[in-house]
Design a protein around this ligand. Structure first.
Ligand SMILES: [Zn+2]
Ligand SMILES: [Zn+2]
Length: 715
């Protein structure tokens, strides 16, 4: 007789199962009146066990796992479970999620302070939650049919058909092959051929019958990388995982990876949680990109989890970037007493010896001295830059004008009384969109027709202040008659497939001057582009966000990399930056194309200011109907942290403050920063503190929402 046995599900709930369930087994269990999916966890073990050999990067090692897992129960609130209910169905057709996957989820839940159940359920495909055994069988049959053609040990291309490697690529691949599994930073300038390194590294794993996981920061970068991998490895099954898939597609792709039928999995940050039973390599392309950090729910960093997963699975991790994040750069910097945590692999030269575009700093003060003060008020571009653009148009070459702000103008104002187009629901301006004559709030979505006259004084003279891509496009069309101007930003690419068709038009040479936001600056390979101009970069120079300089440097260098990718044009490719601050160290480093000098100066500043990577941060955010309530909750939370000995443990608690964007959709936001020199004391405190916050959110200090953000991107 099989003895009933507890299986831990959803971190909080126990169920009866007639047989011992393997850890990671997917089951369906009754919850309230519904039947929901669950993952068998720790068959009966009371506490999560510490892995025997953590083998984690020091900076992410979890010092002490919380003994109780905190956070809302994902599947719904259930009261006291007086009697254990039996498991409704074991999804036996699926092999259990492997130990590596379970450890990853357990680590992520603990580190980012979420409940195990919530995290497990959010990282599995949503469609899986409603699938019963019968439906699952049907899907598996369909999958088996599809994967019948390519065999698991598919063919890989022979050496003769592969493109020749540059010296840099050869050296990097040799170093990779010689190294034990580790985390490597592939620091390669734009156009140095990082993708070819990914392909070759992947090939070695595919030959050995292992799976390869490739992460990209944004969905719109997946198609081109997908195409390159699919073209190179036609005999291997490749699946993508990102939010653009239908729920059914996402489940099919997930199943293909989980069953080992797909050897290549390519996706956005969510793909870091793919179930990969034969994982052999993880690639994180553009590892510095902020999109790798989830901004709601479990606020995980897919880049950091990829590093953790690689260490834990003992497989190599390849972090690629032309402008690594300062965290990664520091980890890849040899310490005085030994090597860095990551191995640094450098590719400082472009393929085919093409030069990087020369960076020209156009001093706006000199432009004004020469042409008078009206010139920059009325025109977005200095006369010198217009001349350079006209030359390109005449030669049949393309240009890209980067302006990281969409809409026509960020705000409208009344010239008579000074009224400005604020959002009634947010502490933000509403952006003027000329195309439909609307005033739109980019934070809450509130939109209205532009008023005919000032709503305060009735004066009809309301004017745009500042400039967005829509206005820039209009002004360029006036100043470059005959040139074909195109624009790509979040507004022009709303409908499905529109980004692809607009990019195709640029590639086909149907656009002379492309106006766009950072969306265009990333990854795209425009062969005929010889000029990139940034027209309002200064606005990020003096931001209160401590990561703003790092972001700006990466964006500008990445944008510069769009020019001169074709060796025939490389010599006359340029990047122009219009600036009032040409002597700013950031621009100077950019002009010298010296990432290392920039990183060194930024790291020195961060060290002095005790900012990451020289300290560890966590942010407690609260949202409430009133600012007093939000701040009240945070003050209460601060007292709770002090009572837990935060200060003695070396965790500094900063006073609660209103958020930078204080009100969104009529909800008041406030935040409180916690800082510690090392992760262990901060993690220990959070583990003890977060459960108290759950208990404490009641009474007069009750807030609508609160969340802990570990390693926040912005503070
Ligand atoms: Zn007015
Ligand atoms: Zn709003």
């Amino acid at each position: 007789m099989a003895l009933p046995r507890h299986s831990r599900i959803d971190a909080a709930l126990d169920y009866l199962s007639p047989v011992a369930l393997p850890v990671g087994q997917l089951v369906r269990v009754p919850l309230g009146r519904r039947v929901v999916m669950g993952v068998a966890w720790d068959g009966g073990a009371a506490e999560p066990a510490e892995p025997a050999d953590p083998g984690l990067p020091d900076d992410l090692a979890h010092p002490s796992r919380p003994s109780r897992l905190a956070g809302p129960v994902a599947a719904g609130e259930v009261g006291e479970v007086a009697e254990l209910k039996p498991v409704a169905e074991v999804l036996e057709a699926l092999p259990p999620l492997d130990a590596g996957w379970c450890e990853l989820v357990r680590f992520a839940a603990g580190y980012y302070q979420r409940s195990l159940g919530e995290l497990a359920l959010t990282v599995l495909p949503p469609e899986l939650r409603d699938v019963d055994g019968v439906q699952l069988q049907r899907r598996l049959k369909r999958l088996a049919k599809r994967s019948a053609a390519p065999s698991t040990a598919g063919e890989v291309p022979g050496a003769a058909t592969l493109p020749p490697l540059s010296e840099d690529q050869q050296a990097v691949l040799a170093a990779l092959a010689a190294s034990a599994p580790a985390t490597h930073l592939l620091h390669g300038v734009t156009g140095s051929g990082k993708t070819e390194v990914y392909l070759r590294a992947a090939q070695a794993e595919l030959v050995a019958g292992r799976q390869v996981l490739v992460l990209v920061p944004e969905i719109n970068l997946t198609p081109q990388l997908e195409a390159r991998f699919a073209q190179r490895f036609p005999a291997h099954r490749l699946v993508s995982l990102h939010s653009g898939l239908t729920p059914a597609q996402r489940l099919q792709h997930w199943l293909a990876a989980h069953l080992g039928q797909a050897q290549l999995v390519l996706g956005t940050r969510m793909a870091v949680f793919a179930s990969l039973p034969r994982l052999g390599l993880i690639v994180v392309d553009e590892e510095h990109d902020p999109s790798y950090k989830q901004q709601e729910g479990a606020r995980y960093s897919a880049r950091d989890l990829a590093v953790w997963r690689g260490r834990q699975a003992n497989v190599p991790v390849l972090l690629g970037s032309a402008t690594p994040s300062l965290e990664t750069w520091l980890n890849a910097t040899p310490a005085p007493d030994g090597p860095g945590r990551y191995q640094r692999l450098a590719m400082p030269r472009r393929i085919g010896g093409g030069a990087l575009p020369a960076v020209r700093l156009l001093d706006l003060q000199r432009v004004v001295d020469m042409h008078g003060s009206r010139v920059m008020r009325e025109h977005p571009l200095a006369p010198e830059l217009l001349v350079a653009l006209r030359e390109r148009v005449a030669r049949g070459e393309q240009s890209f004008v980067l302006l990281n702000r969409r809409g026509y103008a960020p705000v409208l104002h009344c010239t008579h009384c000074g009224w400005k187009s604020g959002c009634p629901h947010c502490s933000a301006w509403r952006v003027f969109h000329k195309v439909d004559r609307s005033l739109r709030c980019h934070h809450c979505g509130f939109s209205e027709r532009v008023p005919r006259a000032c709503p305060v004084c009735g004066d009809p003279d309301i004017q745009p202040l500042g400039r967005g891509t829509e206005r820039l496009e209009e002004q360029l069309a006036e100043q470059l008659p005959g040139a074909r101007i195109g624009r790509i930003d979040a507004d022009t690419t709303r409908s499905k497939g529109s980004l692809e068709s607009q990019l195709a038009a640029v590639h086909a040479g149907e656009v002379d001057v492309l106006v766009g936001t950072q969306m265009v600056a990333k990854g795209h390979d425009f062969r005929r582009m010889t000029l990139v101009a940034a027209v309002n970069a200064d606005s990020a120079l003096f931001s209160s966000d401590f990561r703003a300089p790092e972001r700006l440097f990466a964006l500008l260098l990445q944008a510069a990399g769009r020019a001169g990718r074709d060796a025939a044009h490389a010599a006359r490719s340029e990047m122009w930056i219009q600036t009032w601050h040409p002597d700013h160290p950031l621009y100077q480093a950019l002009q010298a194309q010296d990432y290392e000098a920039f990183a060194a100066s930024q790291l020195a500043e961060r060290r002095v200011a005790s900012l990451p990577p020289f300290s560890c941060l966590a942010l407690l955010r609260a949202e409430a109907r009133s600012q007093e309530a939000a701040l009240g909750f945070l003050h209460e939370a601060a007292r709770a942290a002090e009572a837990l000995g935060a200060v003695q443990a070396g965790v500094q608690i900063y006073p609660p403050v209103p958020a930078a964007l204080q009100r969104v959709a009529n909800v008041e936001r406030a935040q409180m920063l916690l800082e510690a020199p090392l992760r262990p004391p901060l993690q220990r405190l959070l583990a003890a503190w977060v459960p108290r916050l759950h208990e404490g959110n009641r009474g007069e200090h009750r807030v609508l929402r609160w969340a802990v953000d570990v390693d926040p991107q912005a503070i």
